[in-house]
Ligand binder design. Structure first.
Ligand code: IMP
Length: 215
């Protein structure tokens, strides 16, 4: 086996989000390695993790997360930092999308619900009406770090925020995000349909191509 193949044999996916994990496993298959999650690698959650993503850009946060878990594990590591930017809210919640509601006592679906309630309230308070006021984009930065180098790629997808949720799949803000490219919300899309146009799909395809080009 060539040295480069040995180097990429096992790749750590740095997320504890089940929604992201499902998407990333499929999107990172082109890397050709054995993909393991933090839990599968036996990396227990620590309070320090909450301080990793404290930067003002998605790129810096993704790179910080990939560096952190590469240093802890010694494995090549892929991380993503992502979020929703709403025009009528001046780009909020942006890099604060995960903890926007301030409900640090919640995780998973309950946290998503609190964030979505704040999204609806914030748009009502901003009196955002019509397509322009509800325009939004999802942004994702994907980072890959191993002992030989570092890569960061960005992906975006544009859409509109609905008044009412639609669909049961996906995670986070998906039920409120209408994708004109798909003609449905991300929560109404299959995982393959979402991946074809999503911020994460675009970022990870670019990341896989960049990493693979150097091997
Ligand atoms: P982080 O990247 O772990 O900081 O979390 C980003 C947050 O942005 C998630 O917790 C979701 O609330 C939101 N988000 C990012 N990507 C998506 C997506 O694909 N669908 C819905 N919400 C997302």
């Amino acid at each position: 086996m060539a040295a480069a193949d040995a180097r990429i044999a096992t790749i750590l996916i740095a997320t504890r989000s089940e929604g992201k994990r499902r998407e990333l496993l499929a999107l990172l298959a082109p890397l050709g390695g054995h993909l393991v999650t933090l839990d599968e690698a036996g990396i227990a959650a620590s309070p320090d993790e909450d301080t990793i993503e404290s930067y003002e850009t998605f790129e810096e946060n993704a790179l910080a997360k990939a560096r952190w878990f590469h240093a802890r594990s010694g494995l090549p590591c892929v991380a993503d930092d992502s979020g929703l930017a709403v025009d009528a809210l001046d780009g909020r919640p942006g890099v604060r999308s995960k903890r926007w509601s301030g409900r640090n006592d919640l995780t998973g679906r309950a946290l998503d619900t609190a964030n979505n309630e704040l999204l609806v309230q914030s748009l009502a308070a901003a009196d955002a009406s019509g397509a322009h006021g509800r325009a939004a984009r999802f942004v994702c930065a994907g980072a890959y770090v191993d002992s030989a180098g570092e890569y960061v790629c960005r992906g975006e997808t544009v859409g509109f925020i609905l008044d009412e949720p639609r669909g049961d799949d996906g995670f986070g803000y998906d039920p409120y995000f209408w994708s004109p490219e798909l003609g449905r919300t991300f929560a109404e899309a299959s995982i393959e349909q979402k991946a074809a146009v999503s911020h994460r799909g675009r970022a990870m395809r670019a990341l896989c191509a960049a990493v693979s080009a150097d091997r």
